[in-house]
Design a protein around this ligand. Structure first.
Ligand SMILES: NC(=O)c1ccc[n+]([C@@H]2O[C@H](COP(=O)([O-])OP(=O)(O)OC[C@H]3O[C@@H](n4cnc5c(N)ncnc54)[C@H](O)[C@@H]3O)[C@@H](O)[C@H]2O)c1
Length: 361
């Protein structure tokens, strides 16, 4: 088992990663003196796919409440949060309750938010079951829901007591969910160093073969990168912006495709655009660009991206909450591990980056 610490001003916590470590859940709870009464919020698909494993685990958990959480982005809503709170109250759960979110980023974001406001906050533990949730959404304490057609616009910073990642859950992940997690892992590789990049490159197929004994180290490295960034910038005022590498573009792709593209796929397309834009700005040579593109180009992206309108994409980026002053601020790259923040560019350079990405998929 690997343990990664997230060091914060208050409330440090651990992320445990390993195969079959769900049975250590109680001992981790005891170590942290967490409440005995538990409210398990479990993604309905995860419950169905891992029923025996979960029931085995839950039966040793006494009189806890289990709620099967409807899967899908639509569950990140006030309606669903009210539903969780209603069930908590009906079951007479009080301040001495531990909320345990078992599922992907949707379950974690919603259950985390529900926990953060129930009786002014009850503790939460995340058990992420998608690769994306393991390397990204369960680390860093951002919780939230969508509102008024805007993603993640209502939420809180609310750190979990610990995160437990049992790679047994990943065995049932469909290929597209592996791609989503891999998109973020590739991003961490650019942020970190050549060795990490090379290892991701060489281990690429192991992710799709779901051989997590061979990829556990890379998953742990990815979590460490995010944990380190979050430790130094908990509330996203500075350094944490590097995590947005590829994301300025990605959010525009998602929004213009009405969220019919998975976030991770949009991130990979976004990374490709950010690399082209870095070249347009003269930060990387043509030769280096080709080398840096070789990793994200291993992934087949949806051809729907090619049909997007550049003007609409550009306007979508302008209206992103991070660019409200009328300027788009990009996270670009000079070299692996050398990231440039808040780069402003000409519209033409951005358009050419779109075009090159369209041509390359
Ligand atoms: N809080 C953050 O910092 C942060 C960061 C990145 C993304 N997010 C959010 O995370 C969400 C995306 O997360 P996600 O990709 O995990 O989506 P998700 O939670 O919707 O899970 C994707 C799908 O996989 C299914 N699933 C989950 N675990 C499975 C398993 N082990 N086997 C088979 N199927 C499984 C789910 O039922 C769902 O259908 C978005 O809402 C995004 O906004 C949050």
């Amino acid at each position: 088992m690997k343990t990664i610490s997230v060091l914060l001003k208050e409330n440090n916590y651990e992320i445990y990663l390993g195969r079959g470590i769900l049975n250590k859940f109680n001992s981790f709870c005891e170590k942290k003196s967490l409440p005995k009464r538990k409210f398990f919020v479990i993604d309905e698909n995860v419950f169905r796919l891992h029923k025996r494993y979960l029931l085995n685990f839950l039966s040793s958990e006494g009189n806890d409440i289990v709620y099967k959480f409807p899967s899908g982005e639509k569950s990140k809503s006030f309606k669903q949060i009210s539903e969780l709170h209603k069930v908590m109250l009906e079951n007479k759960l009080g301040r001495d309750t531990l909320v345990v979110a078992i599922g992907g980023g949707v379950t974690g974001d919603a259950a985390g938010f529900a926990a953060s406001i129930f009786m002014r906050g009850v503790p939460v533990v995340h058990i992420p079951t998608t690769l994306l949730a393991a390397v990204d959404s369960s680390v860093g304490g951002k919780t939230g829901i969508n509102f008024n057609n805007t993603k993640n616009v209502i939420g809180s910073f609310y750190q979990p007591k610990f995160v437990l990642i049992d790679t047994i859950f990943f065995s049932s992940l469909p290929e597209k969910e592996i791609t989503c997690g891999l998109g973020e892992i590739i991003k961490y590789a650019y942020l970190t160093g050549q060795n990490f990049y090379d290892e991701v490159f060489l281990s690429f197929n192991y992710f799709y073969q779901k051989d997590f004994s061979k990829t556990e180290k890379l998953i742990a490295n990815s979590i460490s990168v995010k944990a380190e960034v979050v430790s130094s910038d908990e509330k996203e005022t500075g350094l944490r912006k590097i995590l947005n590498f590829g994301h300025t573009f990605a959010h525009a792709f998602e929004s213009e495709l009405h969220f019919k593209i998975k976030h991770g796929e949009a991130v990979i397309a976004g990374i490709i655009c950010a690399l082209y834009l870095s070249h347009e700005k003269g930060f990387i040579s043509a030769l280096r660009l080709e080398e840096l593109l070789s990793l994200p180009k291993k992934i087949t992206l949806s051809s729907s991206l090619k049909k997007l309108n550049k003007e609409k994409l550009y306007n979508s980026m302008l209206s992103d909450k991070k660019n409200r002053d009328g300027k788009i601020k990009f996270v670009l790259i000079k070299e692996i591990g050398e990231i440039l923040l808040d780069v402003e560019t000409e519209k033409g350079e951005v358009f050419r980056s779109f075009e090159k990405m369209f041509q390359s998929i």
